[in-house]
Design a protein around this ligand. Structure first.
Ligand code: SF4
Ligand code: SF4
Length: 211
């Protein structure tokens, strides 16, 4: 019987201790927030997901070279005469664009958010954003493509440049062949002039002897 009342006492006592703690917490200032409805202000120099403004990118590859984990892949194609990169062919700072950027991929599964790619950019077009919530079901889902040309447009630009390069090569070959032909003709003309001069010299010597 004594044991029975002891258990009742313990039950009531532990419940009231718990309720007491709960009741006290109701009047304390909360230390958590209702995320994602409520958000804390990010630190001034936070590092999050990168963004590349392709309007200003000149495809110089400086960011990729600076990346310690090689997670930036850039592919460029030279612009042929008469073609323009993007809408204007220049950056917002007036720098001329000489390359089409056909691929600009950043693999955020590899990125360590060191920001080293940001500093060498001559046009300040790669920068950290405030986006830190991004996830993917597969690793490839974290590869972000920033190039504004579609694969088809990229292939077209490559084809245009290949054709132009071939034409230039042909022109060079033709110019070299013409120069070689000209040189050969000049040498031939010189060789023909020489015997004639020798004959004149011999004739004049003979005339002198006879006189
Ligand atoms: S933040 Fe660092 S790791 Fe990420 S892309 Fe830039 S240089 Fe590479
Ligand atoms: S350094 Fe800047 S301009 Fe050069 S390729 Fe990278 S993002 Fe583009």
């Amino acid at each position: 019987m004594k044991e029975y009342f002891k258990h009742i006492y313990q039950t009531v006592s532990t419940i009231s201790t718990g309720m007491n703690i709960t009741f006290k917490q109701m009047f304390r200032k909360s230390v958590t927030i209702q995320y994602p409805e409520q958000r804390l202000q990010l630190p001034e120099r936070e590092r999050n997901r990168l963004f590349v403004n392709m309007e200003d990118c000149i495809g110089c590859d400086q960011c990729a070279k600076a990346c310690p984990v090689s997670c930036i892949d850039i592919e460029t194609v030279k612009v042929v005469p008469g073609d323009v990169v993007g809408k204007t062919g220049v950056t917002s700072q007036g720098k001329k664009k000489a390359l089409h950027v056909t691929d600009f991929t950043i693999d955020f599964a590899k990125c360590c958010y060191c920001q080293l790619c940001v500093f060498p950019c001559p046009t300040e077009c790669i920068y950290m954003t405030d986006v830190f919530e991004f996830s993917a079901y597969e690793r490839n889902g974290l590869k972000y493509q920033f190039a504004d040309l579609t694969p088809e447009q990229g292939a077209e630009k490559k084809e245009m440049y290949a054709k132009y390069a071939l034409e230039q090569e042909e022109k060079k070959k033709q110019a070299a062949a013409e120069a070689a032909a000209k040189k050969a003709a000049e040498e031939k003309a010189k060789a023909e002039e020489k015997p004639a001069d020798d004959k004149k010299e011999t004739d004049s010597k003979t005339d002198n002897k006879e006189s």
